[in-house]
Design a protein around this ligand. Structure first.
Ligand SMILES: C[C@H](O)[C@H](O)[C@@H](O)C(=O)CO
Ligand SMILES: [Mn+2]
Length: 412
């Protein structure tokens, strides 16, 4: 009898069908963020200076310098990650021989990515890039008091939505377009209302045209570097906006107060907005973007999705960037952990826990929650990897070592 068969029997005794869990897991895509591969640099110019309150620390060798290198690295990561997933692309990852201003981007600048996604059976999500640009240097984009600057970013976001719509149409799978802007003040504002009125008006203009192959999402943030005192796009702002417009709300795990968790927000938000986009990340002190580990909050997030059977309304995306470790390994660790978290949720005896809860039998609820933690989760995860032709256990790390030696170390 294989270790998986033994595990299957143990779970069956708990009322959990591991085959159902494996089948459901295979249908949940994770949107893999391109920006872990090159420290959010993009391909607009060779310097690709990061700004607008975003920061990447570390200097690990082998960063992707071109779209082809980034795709090569993504292919390596995807070969180490079980399941069928999506790519999440920022607008600064365009391909063009000549400079293209952000308000002039077109689908043709992303056709290489679309074709690559088609060839690799990946869905594609998109983001306007309202940061790291001279017109974002004074800290404001869509809420700028300068009409010219505000219009520039409105036009960039409009162009991004149209491109995402084409991506969704070409790939036969709706693209999620997420709008995040860094707008805010380092110190106490004299006027909190006017920037929010301007951001609302800008968003209204951006979202005014129909995009049937695109899903709109908006992302809040508590603070950024240089916007410590005030962020225009706060949680309340976007929660209200997403409710009013009935669009998706993006919850980034690193964008809230340190003791506030997005796992707790999912069930409430979904009573009022049709869909959620998650930016699965890990906040550590001031940084919101550490590589996702299999910690309590990841388990709580993934458990909420599968226990409530809301995987069709929750788009799972990743958002971290670490330049101090091998970047292909960072993707692999983060996506494998997210999938592992989802699987652990799927292996929970949810029906039994909920029945105990309704009976007021909190003893059974707590006892089963704790017993489930040491059930043979690893055997079921290994089976998922095997069935998806993905490395079992830490074997993938050897492949990273070979890739680093043969490919990454040749990049100067
Ligand atoms: C690249 C950024 O991380 C991303 O656009 C945004 O989602 C964010 O989280 C900014 O802090
Ligand atoms: Mn984010």
């Amino acid at each position: 009898m294989s270790t998986y068969d033994t595990a299957r029997e143990q779970y069956a005794a708990l009322g959990v069908d591991t085959e159902v869990a494996l089948d459901r897991l295979s249908k949940i895509p994770v949107s893999i963020h391109c920006w872990q591969g090159d420290d959010v640099g993009g391909f607009e110019s060779s310097d690709g200076e990061l700004g607008s309150g975003l920061a990447v620390t570390g200097n690990y060798p082998g960063k992707a310098r071109t779209p082809d290198e980034l795709r090569q690295d993504l292919e390596k990561a995807l070969s180490l990650i079980p399941g069928h997933h999506r790519l999440n692309l920022h607008a600064i990852y365009l391909e063009s021989d000549t400079p293209v201003e952000r308000d002039a981007i077109e689908t043709r600048h992303f056709q290489g990515w679309i074709d690559w996604c088609k060839a690799n059976k990946l869905g594609l999500d998109f983001n306007p890039s309202c940061f790291s640009h001279p017109k974002a240097d004074d800290g404001f984009t869509l809420s700028s008091a300068d009409d010219g600057i505000r219009q520039f970013w409105i036009d960039h976001c409009k162009a991004s939505r149209a491109i995402a719509n084409d991506m969704g149409e070409q790939l036969g799978s709706k693209a999620v377009t997420n709008i995040w802007v860094p707008d805010g003040y380092k110190d106490t504002p004299a006027d909190r209302m006017a920037p929010r009125q301007r951001l609302k008006a800008s968003l209204d203009e951006i979202l005014s045209s129909p995009t049937p192959h695109n899903i709109d999402a908006v992302e809040s943030k508590l603070f950024g570097i240089g916007s410590e005192a005030f962020v225009v796009g706060s949680h309340e702002f976007y929660m209200g906006y997403a409710m009013e417009k009935q669009i998706a709300l993006c919850l980034d795990a690193g964008h809230f107060h340190p003791t506030e968790v997005i796992s707790e927000k999912i069930s409430s938000c979904l009573l009022y907005v049709p869909e959620l986009l998650l930016h699965v990340s890990r906040g550590v002190r001031w940084d919101s973007d550490h590589v996702v580990t299999l910690n309590d909050e990841l388990l709580a997030i993934t458990r909420e999705i599968v226990a409530n059977k809301i995987e069709d309304r929750v788009h799972v995306g990743l958002d971290f960037f670490d330049a101090s470790i091998n970047r292909v390994a960072a993707w692999t660790i983060g996506v494998r952990n997210t999938l592992r978290g989802l699987l652990i949720g799927l292996l929970e005896p949810t029906d039994k826990l909920r029945a105990a809860e309704l009976d007021g039998d909190y003893t059974t609820r707590l006892a089963l929650q704790e017993e489930a933690k040491t059930f043979p989760i690893g055997a079921v995860w290994d089976e998922f990897c095997k069935r998806n032709d993905s490395p079992v256990g830490p074997a993938w790390l050897d492949e990273i070592g070979t890739y680093e030696r043969d490919v990454l170390s040749n990049r100067s």
